[in-house]
Design a protein around this ligand. Structure first.
Ligand code: ATP
Length: 363
């Protein structure tokens, strides 16, 4: 059977464990040898104890756990060819020519680069006598299947990334808690949620908590947002509301591309309306805790599909990511999605906000 390795890379998210579990079990079921690579690309570069064979029971009792039990890391070594050369040697030594990478766009971009370089890396390993010509021949192609693990839902090409739904569970629990205390004291609360380039968490949080105002990166407010905000808050109070809720994504910006922070919003509210105003920054609570049923199932389905994609692949198969399209797990070309995700980031950097929303909408 084929040698498959699974690893998690970049920021963690709830549901990664469900995906790891499904990769291991589907792999074993289909007769593959499955390995964990611990601590992301760093483990691949360092090898040794970081690359271990998995068995059926090594993924028992992890589906309900948040984070990633096999560890994740950011790895500078893998960004250099020397690091990738070491990683290639470690994989060839174990007969691993298939990778399931679970991470964000950076991790997936790294995997694609690694695959493009693979034959030249093996060439160099043969030339320096680190591997044999037989090994070079036998392991000449590297196959990649990617799963997008990210709480931000910031990746083009899939309806939902693994972890987003669980993060929303954390956020709405916190919003509900804040609403009850805000009501008692007639306060205004500004809740900062994660999302550096993508306002998905903020938008859904705002819709599901009856917020009065929301600030997101890809749709900056009109230049007179301070007045609009104050008018809206005042109108709500005049209609008898005892509280106001404002949701701000951590990457919120104005039309000049300058940050709109919770502190700035608070100052506007206090200076103009003299409301008792507090800030709550949810922070890493959002990426912690147990995965929701949705993320567990999403991880399971995507992990299983990734293994099937690798088992069916031949030398001409392009790297794919497993995407959720409607209610189906489907394979889509990896680099198309990475390119589109980068195009959204570029459109925002260029302050072409309508274009960014349009590009994201096509995902
Ligand atoms: P997150 O959504 O949490 O940011 P990510 O996968 O985008 O997840 P990154 O920190 O961008 O997170 O990437 C994770 C790791 O992937 C990096 O530390 C590095 O080892 C590898 N990587 C990223 N980009 C590249 C690249 N262009 N070439 C090689 N490796 C890369």
């Amino acid at each position: 059977g084929k040698g498959i390795a699974v690893f998690t890379s970049g920021g963690d998210s709830q549901g990664m464990n469900a995906a790891v579990r499904a990769v291991v079990r589907m792999g074993i079921y289909l007769g593959c040898k499955v390995y964990f690579i611990k601590e992301g690309y760093q483990g691949m570069v360092d090898g040794g104890k970081y690359i271990v064979e998995a068995n059926w029971s090594s993924v028992s009792s992890i589906i309900h756990k948040g984070g990633t039990v096999i560890g994740s890391a950011r790895c500078m070594d893998f960004k250099e060819r020397a690091g990738r050369l070491k990683a290639a040697k470690n994989l060839v030594d174990r007969g691993i020519t298939n990778l399931v990478v679970i991470g964000g766009d950076g991790s997936l971009t790294g995997a694609d680069l690694f695959r493009q370089e693979w034959s030249s890396l093996l060439e160099e390993l043969v030339a320096t006598k680190k591997i044999t010509v037989d090994q070079q021949q036998k392991y000449r192609t590297l196959q990649i299947a990617g799963l997008v693990g990210s709480i931000d839902n910031d990746f083009c090409g899939t309806d939902m990334t693994i972890g987003t739904d669980s993060a929303l569970h954390r956020i709405i629990e916190a919003c509900d808690a804040i609403v009850s205390t805000a009501y008692s004291h007639q306060r205004t609360f500004i809740m900062e949620v994660m999302g550096r380039h993508c306002g998905y968490l903020a938008i859904v949080a705002a819709l599901t908590s009856e917020a009065d105002y929301v600030f997101v990166p890809e749709s900056p407010p009109p230049d007179d947002w301070q007045k609009r905000l104050c008018d809206k808050l005042e109108q709500e109070r005049q209609m008898g509301q005892r509280l106001n809720i404002i949701i701000v994504a951590e990457g919120a910006i104005d039309r000049n591309g300058d940050a709109i922070t919770a502190e700035m919003i608070k100052k506007v509210v206090v200076d103009n309306l003299q409301q008792d105003t507090r800030i709550t920054v949810l922070g890493h609570v959002q990426r912690g805790g147990n995965p929701s049923a949705f993320d567990r199932i999403l991880g399971c389905r995507m992990g299983a599909e990734a293994v099937m994609a690798l088992v069916e692949a031949d030398e001409n198969t392009e790297p794919c990511i497993i995407s959720l399209d409607g209610n189906q797990a489907v394979r889509v070309p990896l680099m198309d999605c990475v390119k589109r995700t980068k195009a959204v980031a570029q459109a925002m950097a260029d302050k072409k906000f309508e274009l960014a929303v349009e590009l994201r909408g096509k995902s």
